[in-house]
Design a protein around this ligand. Structure first.
Ligand code: NAD
Ligand code: AHE
Ligand code: ZN
Ligand code: ZN
Length: 373
């Protein structure tokens, strides 16, 4: 394929501005790259975080979106692992299989293209998107808020065509992240006690993971009580609103759980809550996993004594999942009915209404809005 194509896309022209729906030019995929027609994409809080201007890596103008599902429309020279017509999920955490990180077996954080990806560029240092000749940046290597997007081959998981892309797009970020943080990062075991801070798409997925892991107690914490019904349906045993207490929420949880939980997860991006999440863990062994993304310049703190006395602080990106080798299997689990995705889809809309998806998120009215192209 050698011609550029026209694509409907939502452009983020600058921080804090609504997205603008425009027609962009998409250049053909170069060697090792793939053109994908996006069928559906979720809107994750990280898209809003970058749009807000808080992301130190935010580049503008850009096409945001990183929770998509699509169909391969064309392949560049040398691409062998996917073909036209394959169903794919874009990966913001690629898997090259040959970098030091991939070979370590200790992390899913492939670094092969991380530098250019963080600059909003393809691995060769250029962009495939233009508007009236002006280059538009890629985002997280995905840019799923465009009908057509170009990705490196290593940033695509090929998945079963039976799976509805309008639902499994959520496995491109939110659901995989929450479930994976519980299963892969923390490795929650049967009978463990768990606290999950923030019951959006990520926190609710962490509840699914904790339920699958047969945790004995799953405490959901949120300041928006409208999230509690679904949290309970998915397996939360307790739902707590910190605003109902006149003492720090970590003290409440420590009292409720005879000394603290075995595992906690921060799914908000609030550094004060990250501290609470660590400090509600049991002395001697409790582990707290940070999933939420905090803005530029923010830092976490606690008394080192919290760690000296055995609590562990760690983080998780994309649930520790290696996208190309593991995501297709997670799609199969979904197809076998091991977990549901439609519970999360509170709203669907066309790309022209994407700003409404951001408003619903900020108002706390949605879990996931899914954009259908
Ligand atoms: P969301 O907006 O859907 O959910 C956040 C939830 O936190 C909401 O229910 C909100 O009411 C609640 N909340 C806000 N402030 C709170 C507080 N002080 N105490 C208790 N609850 C509070 O967001 P999401 O899409 O679920 O994403 C959650 C976070 O995870 C974001 O920071 C996002 O950037 C991050 N994230 C990280 C990864 C990763 O790989 N590490 C992946 C996806 C998302
Ligand atoms: N660019 C930000 C950090 C953003 C961040 O932490 N992203 C997560 C994924 S969030 C998905 O919704 C991630 O995977 N991080 C690992 C990585 O390599 O980006 C900043 O602070 O600079
Ligand atoms: Zn995300
Ligand atoms: Zn790699």
């Amino acid at each position: 394929m050698s011609d550029m194509i026209k694509s409907k896309a939502a452009i983020a022209w600058g921080p804090g501005q609504p997205l603008s729906i425009e027609e962009v030019d998409v250049m053909p995929p170069k060697a090792g790259e793939v053109l994908v027609r996006i069928v559906a994409t979720g809107v994750c809080h990280t898209d809003a975080f970058t749009l807000s201007g808080d992301d130190p890596e935010g580049n503008f103008p850009a096409i945001l979106g990183h929770e998509g599902g699509g169909v391969v429309a064309a392949v560049g020279e040398g691409v062998t692992s996917v073909a036209v017509g394959d169903h794919v999920i874009p990966l913001y955490t690629p898997e090259c299989g040959e970098c030091k990180f991939c070979l370590s077996g200790k992390t899913n954080l492939c670094q092969k293209i991380r530098e250019t990806q963080g600059k909003g560029l393809m691995p060769d240092g250029t962009t495939r998107f233009y508007k009236d000749g002006q280059p538009i940046f890629h985002y997280m290597g995905c840019s799923t808020f465009s009908e057509y997007t170009v990705l490196p081959e290593i940033s695509l998981a090929k998945v079963n065509k039976e799976a509805p892309l309008e639902e499994v797009c959520l496995l491109g970020c939110g659901v995989t992240t929450g479930m994976g943080a519980v299963m892969n990062t923390a490795k929650v075991e049967e009978g463990a006690t768990v606290a999950i801070f923030g019951l959006g798409g990520i926190g609710l997925s962490a509840i699914i993971g904790a339920t699958m892991a047969k945790a004995s107690r799953i405490i959901g914490i949120d300041i928006n009580e409208s999230k509690f019904d679904l949290a309970r349906q998915l397996g939360a045993t307790d739902c707590i609103n910190p605003k109902d207490y006149d003492k720090p929420i970590q003290e409440v949880i420590v009292e409720l759980t005879d000394g603290g939980v075995d595992y906690s997860f921060e799914c908000i991006g609030n550094v004060d809550v990250m501290r609470s999440a660590l400090e509600c863990c049991h002395k001697g062994w409790g582990e707290s996993v940070i999933i939420g993304v905090a803005g530029a310049g923010q830092e976490i703190s606690t008394r080192p004594f919290q760690l000296v006395t055995g609590r562990v602080w760690k983080g998780s990106a994309f649930g520790g999942v290696k996208g190309r080798s593991e995501l297709p299997g997670i799609v199969e689990q979904y197809l076998r009915g091991e977990f549901k995705l439609n519970d999360f889809i509170t709203h669907t809309m066309g790309l022209e209404d994407i700003n409404e998806a951001f408003e619903l998120m900020h108002e706390g009215k949605s879990i996931r809005s899914v954009i259908h192209f």
